[in-house]
Design a protein around this ligand. Structure first.
Ligand SMILES: [Zn+2]
Length: 380
């Protein structure tokens, strides 16, 4: 979900017949024209090189698009399989190994293998489809704004992660550094979380109106930030929902809130880092260091490792935000209001301890989610 900006240009210099080669040739033509070339010939050669450059760029873009679509489909698959508690893979295994089929039939009791597969697949689909829609909307928010401002950016790359609780690590977009002005940077950064929220709110609402999923009972407890508490109150009134409430649609919306709030942390090149830099410039570095210090304090003194991986990534890519193409461009009142309100989402969406294991008194619960869920330490 985060948007990072590589120091390398988006077009690698070593492509055969690459844009870089063509540029070099173009420079050579420009600096030392051949004696025999007439002005017309020079013009034609320049045109054809421009054309070659365009073609090479289109070729590179098509290749990027293919990678992006492949990763998107793989992430759909990994979130589906995780949402279905790996049952589709187990089903394939029963087809290959008769002994394993006997084992599964024994555990299923009277239920047929096909019903078992269909029920799990439905669960996988109702988890994967809303979650992928949330991530796709978020990334397209960034991407379409980049296209609008003609800022060189890659297509979104989704990260499949079947051996993780959500089944994905979100997505990234690579954007060329220092090309966007202050206002463009702001618009590109703010559009992702806001576009994601357009899907998150209805998904959460719908998830909260559905019954709790008996196959997804309560081993881990999913924290409820203020936003979700308000929605629970809005839908269910004063009678509160049990802590163990869970179903695939709700879980998808819940991950949407988690990913959006973590991306809005105003550090480095996260969405929040871009937004705060656009709002207050270099003063945002102080905020970034302060948040990093709080996260490190939590890690050392409270054994809370929620933000450890995020911090490592941020230390590698830098906590400070690089300057924009024009830092002095005014942002305007509307953007200031939208920016602070978007960052304000942290107060209603951030979860310092997103997942907790079940209290020791509730025992008789079957394994709800993939096995990895069991390995989550007390405080993640
Ligand atoms: Zn983002």
């Amino acid at each position: 979900m985060s948007e990072t900006e590589p120091t390398q240009p988006l077009i690698p210099a070593n492509l055969p017949e690459s844009v870089a080669d063509v540029r070099q040739k173009g420079d050579a033509v420009g600096s030392a024209p051949k004696q025999s070339s007439s002005a017309g010939e020079l013009k034609r050669s320049f045109d054809s090189e421009e054309e070659l450059e365009r073609r090479q760029y289109r070729y590179y873009q098509r290749r990027q698009l293919r990678t992006s679509i492949t990763l998107f489909l793989l992430t759909c698959l990994s979130t589906f399989v995780v949402g279905a508690s790996f049952v589709p893979l187990e089903y394939l295994l029963t087809m290959l190994l008769p002994r394993y089929q006997w084992f599964v039939r024994f555990h299923l009791g009277g239920a047929s293998l096909e019903d078992w597969l269909a029920e799990a697949s439905w669960r996988g689909f109702t988890y994967s489809a809303p979650l992928m829609s949330i991530l796709l909307f978020h990334e397209m928010g960034h991407f379409l704004q980049s296209v609008r401002y003609r800022i060189p950016a890659s297509f979104p790359y989704f990260i499949p992660m079947p051996l993780s609780v959500p089944g994905t690590m979100g997505a990234v977009i690579f954007q060329q550094q220092g090309k966007a002005t202050r206002r463009q940077l702001f618009d590109i950064a703010v559009s992702g979380p806001l576009a994601g929220l357009i899907v998150i709110i209805p998904v959460l609402y719908y998830g909260l109106t559905l019954p709790t999923d008996p196959a997804h009972p309560s081993v881990p407890l999913f924290a409820r930030p203020l936003l979700i508490k308000w929605m629970v109150y809005w839908i269910h009134g004063p009678q509160s929902l049990p802590d163990t409430f869970i179903n695939p649609v709700y879980l998808a919306g819940w991950f949407g809130v988690l990913v959006t709030s973590m991306n809005l942390l105003p550090i480095g090149q996260l969405d929040g880092g871009h937004i705060l830099y656009a709002l207050i410039g270099r003063k945002s570095h102080f905020v970034a260091y302060l948040i990093a210090a709080v996260a490190i304090y939590g890690m050392i003194f409270q054994q809370n490792f929620t933000f450890t991986a995020l911090l490592l990534l941020l230390f590698m890519t830098g906590l400070k935000h690089p300057p924009t193409e024009n830092d002095k461009e005014p942002l305007g009142l509307t953007r200031h209001i939208i920016g602070w309100l978007t960052l304000g989402f942290l107060f209603i969406g951030l979860m310092p301890t997103p997942i907790q294991t079940q209290k020791p008194d509730a025992q008789e619960i079957e394994i709800p989610l993939p096995n990895q869920m069991q390995e989550v330490p007390d405080e993640v």
